[in-house]
Design a protein around this ligand. Structure first.
Ligand code: TPP
Ligand code: MG
Length: 398
């Protein structure tokens, strides 16, 4: 069983998170094509499966990343509970997709940028952003609770695929400035049908910018299954049409994700240009709390993915190496509980919001429409405060 240490450039997991690709003798055309099957390094039974091109990350790296998986699951479940208690407006959970979340953050260095979607809360937290600041957005009282520049994490994007273009712009700028910055841009399977996805990939390839597109294929775009979204051999195959390499990876295999994403990031950093990684995973829960998944898929469909869970397989593997001891498990569980307790405390604290701030900080100078809307809101709030019926005020007639 191999636990070879791969070369890496650092990142959240202490410098060796990224697995390495072997130097291959593939032709350029062949090198663009994804593997026939998703890359897997640890199978669902927790056994190491050998891959010709990717080395298994070091055991200590996997152990630390496993701790992040446990914390990620706890954050997902805590956030879901807080939605049910009315403390948060909405939470698109990544329950079952935590390996993708952890790996996306772990393969980046401090000077890199992460562009997440609404579902990538755990990735943002794994990158080092305060969980409470992250969840502020989903409580609905502020546009975004963290400073994107401080953490080099863009705000979580709800409009599908728009963040991919922003990511390419940042990568392009970094290249022009000669900065050592790689950008990792996340999106879902559904987002690959957006025009912005096409524009982002094409621009990135033509301008050869250091960006990794990371598609989490969880087989659904709300109620739309993948088969109604694309008939391409895989989403990773789309990369070749733009002239960049695509790769497929088991999205519930933390080790494979670290190896494949790490290799793509290293390639971008070394001037190799953009690439696309598709992770095959599954959305174990509904799209959000506002969605009833039983209307479009059966419980059996979901049950089939339970044995592939990213946490259980990594746990079994690390246990088999005697790296994950009882004490270590307890300390990971305690850390996860502490994060969840902080989240509960923070989100159970009432905050006073100033609705007028809705119109601030968007533009340096407000547009005419924003000024009008701000004035309308001010009048409505004043009317409410005075208990005056709407018809008696100027704004109320609009
Ligand atoms: C431009 C745009 N069109 C439509 C929507 C509505 N919408 C929100 S989430 C979603 C599904 C996205 O699916 P996918 O990209 O697979 O991401 P997942 O939710 O599965 O993580 C849609 C259509 C949106 N947010 N933005
Ligand atoms: Mg999806």
């Amino acid at each position: 069983m191999s636990t070879a240490t791969n070369e890496g450039r650092g990142g959240l997991l202490g410098g060796t998170a990224a697995g390495g690709a072997h130097d291959g003798g593939a032709t350029p055309e062949g090198a663009l094509l994804p593997s026939a099957e998703p890359v897997q390094l640890v199978d669902p039974d927790g056994r190491h499966s050998t891959d010709e091109r990717y080395l298994l990350p070091d055991g200590e790296v996997l152990l630390e990343a496993y701790g992040r998986l446990v914390a990620g699951r706890r954050i997902n479940d805590q956030a879901n509970a807080l939605v049910r208690q009315g403390r948060m407006a909405v939470y698109p959970s990544s329950h079952g997709q935590e390996a993708c979340q952890v790996a996306a953050a772990a393969v980046l260095d401090a000077q890199d940028w992460l562009f997440p979607t609404y579902r990538d809360t755990v990735a943002v937290i794994t990158r080092g952003v305060d969980p409470l600041q992250v969840l502020t957005l989903l409580r609905g009282d502020w546009h975004s609770g963290y400073d994107p520049h401080e953490h080099r994490v863009a705000t979580q994007a709800t409009p599908l695929a728009t963040q991919l273009l922003h990511a390419v712009g940042v990568a392009h700028a970094a290249k022009l400035r000669g900065e050592d910055t790689v950008v990792l841009a996340m999106c879902g399977d559904g987002a690959t049908s957006e025009g912005d996805f096409h524009e982002a990939l094409n621009f990135a390839a033509v301008f050869h910018v250091p960006v990794v597109f990371f598609v989490q294929n969880n087989e659904f775009a709300i109620s739309v299954p993948l088969r109604n979204q694309s008939v391409a051999p895989s989403l990773a195959h789309k990369a070749i049409g733009y002239g960049m390499p695509g790769e497929r990876v088991d999205g519930n295999d933390l080790a494979a994700l670290l190896a494949v994403l790490g290799s793509a990031v290293r390639r971008a950093r070394d001037g190799g240009g953009p690439s696309l990684v598709e992770a095959h995973t599954y959305r174990m829960q509904a799209h959000t709390n506002a969605d009833d998944a039983t209307r479009y898929r059966s419980a059996d469909d979901v049950r089939r993915w339970v044995p592939k869970d990213p946490i259980t397989r990594m746990r079994t593997y690390l246990r088999s190496l005697d790296l994950l001891t009882d004490e270590k498990e307890q300390s990971f569980a305690d850390e996860a509980d502490a994060i969840a307790a902080d989240i509960r405390k923070g989100l159970n604290t009432e905050v006073t919001v100033n609705p007028a701030e809705l119109f601030e900080y968007v533009y340096t100078e407000k547009t005419t429409q924003l000024r009008e809307q701000a004035e309308q809101l001010r009048e409505e709030l004043a009317r409410d405060a005075a208990g005056t019926p709407a018809a008696e005020t100027k704004a109320g007639g609009r």
